[in-house]
Design a protein around this ligand. Sequence first.
Ligand SMILES: Nc1ncnc2c1ncn2[C@@H]1O[C@H](COP(=O)(O)OP(=O)(O)O)[C@@H](O)[C@H]1O
Ligand SMILES: [Mg+2]
Length: 380
Amino acid sequence: MNYEIYFPRGVAKGSAFCNRENERKRLISNIRSRQHTLIMSPRRYGKTSLVKYAVKEMGILYGEADLFIAVDAERIEQQILTAVKKIISEVSTSVEQVLETIRQYFKKTSTRWTVGTQGINIALIPENNQDPAITIMEALNALEDLLSKKNMQAVFFIDEVQEIGEIAEGKGIEGALRHVAQQTRFLSFIFSGSNRRLLANMFFDKARPLYKLCDRIILERIHESAYIKHMNKLARKRWGCDIDNDALETIFSLTERHPFYINGLCLHLWDANYERPPTIKDIHMYWTQMVKEERQEIMRELSALSMGQRKILIAISEGHIRELTGKAFLKQVNMTSSSVVEAVSVLEKRDYIEKLENDTYHIIDPLVATALRLYYGDLF
Ligand SMILES: Nc1ncnc2c1ncn2[C@@H]1O[C@H](COP(=O)(O)OP(=O)(O)O)[C@@H](O)[C@H]1O
Ligand SMILES: [Mg+2]
């Protein structure tokens, strides 16, 4: 058997989904009360999984626009229109009736739209060369209008939303989203993103359109006690018994409970030919194997950093996690205070490191942290 179903690389669903009780409750209650939500966390902490799990649990109409690879406004428009069409096609009445409602709505708008079907799909085509921000606004308003007539609620999920802020026409699109989101009664928006700085610029700056629009959920790593329950349940299915506490501790300390790497490591362990749960030694062996497998990729990424940035990253991996502009540290890395500040800021911006509440720095990716210790150990 392949245990990817328990420990997927992609979205976690069904028996692969662990906990998130509080976040799920909050998200569901936001959706019910039409409060829009912004979910923030570094990459691969479980934002997409959380949203999909919650909407499935609610059994609510749902569409998603994934802006992960959106490079321009047209692409964003296309992703949003796809999500709009998906929700329209799931509104439960005859397609012709639904399309007629939308046609009526578009009669009132400034843009001419072609509304119809293409095979089994809905066609919703704006006139050529229309401003993407206007297209997005009109399509979402038409959807809200349709939902209000049917008295149905829907969730509109815009994933990796920070990309909007990164493109030239972004501000227009942000404005369009605000315009719609401010007055919807049937559509609830969920935005998610991984780059804290870019999101902060978009959502917490008074001058930007999306300011104060959302309830903010910050997704942390999953709590240890929840993971113990979750993993022992899956261990009993695999070996008929629990995993030793020491072994679980080893999994947690190597992966630092980063959900993506917990799944990566556990997949190896569950897939291995053991007749018994893994021991501490097995766990270290597979973790080192994962580091070796990713070595080239990690090195390639690191080589894109400047010498100073790399030095700081290595120093953090070796436990220099506070007072990075202190005299002793500057001497050790042989850098000036301003160049350390600059390097730290770039590393934070690119999501290599994060500053924790106790003012210490932390490398976000545990595999990168291990690789640094393994290949650059003893540098300081
Ligand atoms: N609640 C969860 N329980 C178990 N694994 C999870 C959970 N949420 C996410 N994961 C795992 O973490 C990784 C990243 O999940 P994903 O939802 O794609 O994160 P994001 O959208 O934040 O990048 C995947 O391997 C996924 O299976
Ligand atoms: Mg995601």
